[in-house]
Design a protein around this ligand. Structure first.
Ligand SMILES: Nc1nc2c(ncn2[C@@H]2O[C@H](COP(=O)(O)OP(=O)(O)OP(=O)(O)O)[C@@H](O)[C@H]2O)c(=O)[nH]1
Ligand SMILES: [Zn+2]
Length: 189
């Protein structure tokens, strides 16, 4: 990532909004924003295959679901955060191989740490699981609040956007319903 270029651009933005980039509180801001973007957009240079690399032969052939994975991403339209939780589940393939549980969280990070729209984020996570684990089914559900809808624009704080991507056996109504009931359990919904 080109940090000096981000710095120069942020300095320009500060001037354009009518700020003085040389006043005490702002002097370090372009450099801080550059470092911050390096972290927030680190997924652009990360590979989902690496995130899922650890697999184990535990011969489990029922659903594995990690829910309430905290997630922060950046809306590609306004470059402000959208954040919430991701729920990621799959039914292992015929070989019964599973991946490390933390790897599902790492996979979410690979795609969340990019300029995104929630639909693409959801689909990319599901697709990567399909490609790299060859599971019999996949479900990804993301619930998020978009700050571009809260702090500006339509100004509807608290509105939640829910997206899902399901593949394979998890598209079957009974299996999908079981996954959704696990995802929604203990929520008072
Ligand atoms: N589908 C989808 N839309 C998104 C996402 N994040 C932001 N948006 C929407 O992107 C749209 C961009 O609309 P535009 O009319 O081009 O931009 P705008 O004038 O800033 O729109 P407002 O937000 O309504 O003020 C808005 O409706 C946003 O709510 C997302 O993850 N998925
Ligand atoms: Zn937005």
């Amino acid at each position: 990532m080109d940090l000096p270029r981000i710095e120069a651009a942020v300095r320009e933005i500060l001037i354009a909004v009518g700020e003085d980039p040389d006043r005490e509180g702002l002097q370090e801001t372009p450099a801080r924003v550059a470092r911050s973007y390096e972290e927030i957009f680190s997924g652009l240079t990360q590979d989902p295959e690496t995130a899922l690399s650890a697999t184990f032969d535990v011969a489990h052939d029922e659903m594995v679901l990690v829910k309430d994975i905290a997630m922060y991403s950046t809306c590609e339209h306004h470059l402000v955060p959208f954040h919430g939780v991701a729920h990621v589940g799959y039914i292992p393939g015929v070989d019964g191989r599973v991946t490390g549980l933390s790897k599902l969280g790492r996979l979410v990070e690979v795609y969340a740490r990019r300029p995104q729209v929630q639909e693409r984020l959801t689909t990319q996570i599901a697709q990567a699981l399909e490609e790299h684990l060859h599971p019999r089914g996949v479900i990804v559900v993301i619930e998020a609040e978009h700050l571009c809808m809260s702090m500006r624009g339509v100004r509807k704080p608290g509105a939640t956007t829910i997206t899902s991507a399901v593949r394979g056996q998890l598209t079957h109504p009974a299996t999908r319903a079981e996954a959704m009931s696990l995802i929604l359990a203990d929520r008072g919904r």
